[in-house]
Ligand binder design. Structure first.
Ligand SMILES: Nc1ncnc2c1ncn2[C@@H]1O[C@H](COP(=O)(O)OP(=O)(O)O)[C@@H](O)[C@H]1O
Ligand SMILES: [Mg+2]
Length: 509
């Protein structure tokens, strides 16, 4: 048998799933594309996470688009983190340019134009369905990870959450949390320390400063109500196609802390909300994180640990995570080790550092008798990639240099008018974009403090009145010393102030 036929058989053996799949393209060898060596990714392995890597302009975002639209067609909803704002085209069909047909001729199946149902989401000033979470939903543990606080400070946050829970003070936004931090160091201190233990003002001060730093990245737009129900991400349209939810994040690049806060809370929320999925024939939701290095950049050790464990756990909920980034080394090795599908586009070898990175990347791929991985990595063309996947049994399949199919939807972005139109049509937007400022910890505590201050003033006035009475009735005392003692005692008790006024008035008559 000749080498070519051997190669074709080798690929067909590795990429012929029994169940449903995504037809990604056709395998290549020595510059030739083999239409009869299809590279098909089993749908049931798509919750096993993945990586799309490669230098700028090599086709990463288009690969993301291809996976997303094909998943959508197979009824799998998708969430895209659109950091560069170049993924909106998925909402409109491709114009079907000639070069797309030519590409498909090589791959061995005809090009077809199509679009996906799209929902635009936002956590910033950009328009779209607003995604928000309340501080209480965040919980003290996650919040501590994000703020990167010390164990003592974490303890204080835990006390605050508990106190608010016990006293029905909703913690909705950062305003509430900041108010609580002030309250526990001032007016509420005695009260809380009696019940829950000591609280140092140095620690609350430190937490406050960290919250302010988070706010400076615009986090207050993300915290609050109405909080987003993550099951709204799993909607399908009338054709049974999964929605492609596009998270608009172009203005978030320079705010990595906000981005990782949002990502982590979203993953945690999905993890706690979605039921365990048994051995399913397709994922329930697939998330793509473009420019993924942003969530790992500036992430503390504790936060990285949290990300790692969520990545591991969320798989059992039928949720696949795909990281899209220039260099595989942008992703921490513990996360990298958990990825089932790797689509590696070309890497460029300009510097010694580049060459080192290429060597490292090459070592992470299965050995192939057909390819010199290191050379292959630098010689791949645009829209071509080295693919290593899992078969339906979860075993790594053969390495395949692949000529990728073209996106069925538009490769270019939507016009502003097209975008506005789609956002305007959204069914979710009215529900989530309504402004709600429910009475929460901030308002309730202000009320409480005001009441306490008023009470104090009243008490003072009454005590003075009593003093005057005492002085003027030295000779003709109408009240016994016993009663007076009782009056003073009641006077100092908080709740009976109005009743006391009545008693006092009677006594003084
Ligand atoms: N699968 C593909 N089919 C057809 N053209 C592609 C494909 N992948 C990439 N291209 C071409 O390459 C360009 C750059 O791709 P893109 O995905 O934006 O690169 P990256 O995200 O890696 O910077 C696209 O605008 C498109 O013209
Ligand atoms: Mg890109």
């Amino acid at each position: 048998m000749d080498k070519k036929q051997e190669f074709v058989d080798h690929i067909r053996n590795a990429y012929q799933p029994k169940g449903d799949f995504i037809h990604l393209g056709a395998a290549m060898l020595d510059g030739e594309t083999f239409a009869d060596a299809a590279v098909k990714i089993p749908l049931k392995t798509m919750n096993r996470h993945g990586l799309i890597a490669g230098a700028t302009g090599t086709g990463k975002s288009k690969t993301l688009q291809i996976l997303a639209e094909n998943l959508s067609q197979k009824g799998v909803p998708v969430l895209l983190m659109d950091v560069k704002g170049d993924l909106s085209g998925i909402a409109k069909p491709s114009a079907g340019e000639e070069f797309l047909h030519e590409r498909h001729q090589k791959i061995g199946f005809p090009f077809e134009a199509s679009k996906s149902p799209v929902e635009f989401l936002t956590i910033s000033e950009q328009d779209g369905v607003r995604l928000r979470a309340t501080v209480s939903e965040f919980g003290p543990i996650l919040l501590s990870r994000i703020l990167d606080v010390t164990p003592t400070q974490e303890g204080i946050l835990a006390i605050i959450f508990k106190y608010c829970d016990d006293h029905h003070l909703p913690l909705l936004d950062l305003k509430d949390l900041k108010k609580m931090l002030q309250y526990v160091t001032n007016e509420g201190r005695e009260n809380i320390e009696n019940e829950y233990g000591r609280i140092s003002s140095a620690s609350t001060g430190a937490i406050l400063r960290k919250i302010v730093a988070l706010e400076q990245q615009g986090a207050e737009r993300f915290f609050g109500e109405r909080s987003f129900n993550v099951t709204d991400l799993t909607r399908k349209d009338e054709n049974g196609h999964g929605y492609v939810n596009i998270m608009r994040l172009t203005d978030i690049q320079d705010r990595p802390k906000l981005f990782s806060t949002f990502m982590l809370s979203l993953l945690a929320e999905i993890y706690t909300t979605f039921p365990e999925e048994g051995d399913s024939d397709k994922p329930k939701l697939v998330l793509f994180i473009d420019e993924a290095h942003l969530i790992f950049k500036e992430a503390s050790g504790a936060l990285l640990d949290q990300i790692e464990s969520i990545v591991k756990l969320i798989r059992s909920k039928g949720v696949g995570l795909y990281f899209v980034t220039q260099n595989p080394t942008d992703v921490p090795s513990q996360v990298l080790g958990q990825l089932g599908l790797k689509i590696q586009h070309a890497l460029r070898a300009f510097t010694a550092k580049d060459r080192k990175a290429i060597k490292l990347s090459a070592e992470n791929y299965p050995i192939s008798e057909y390819y010199d991985t290191k050379n292959q990595l630098t010689s791949l063309g645009i829209g071509e990639a080295l693919v290593s996947a899992l078969d339906e049994k979860g075993r790594p399949s053969a390495l395949a240099a692949t000529m990728l199919r073209a996106p069925m939807s538009r490769m270019d972005i939507l016009t502003d008018t097209e975008l506005e139109e789609l956002i305007f049509q959204s069914k979710l937007r009215p529900k989530y974009n309504e402004e709600i400022d429910r009475e929460s910890a901030y308002e309730l505590l202000n009320k409480k403090i005001e009441e306490a201050e008023a009470k104090e003033a009243k008490e003072k006035a009454e005590a003075e009145a009593l003093e005057r009475e005492k002085a003027s009735s030295k000779t003709s005392r109408k009240t016994s010393g016993k009663t007076q003692g009782a009056v003073i005692k009641v006077l100092t008790s908080a709740t009976f102030i109005r009743g006391v006024m009545g008693v006092l008035n009677k006594l003084l008559k």
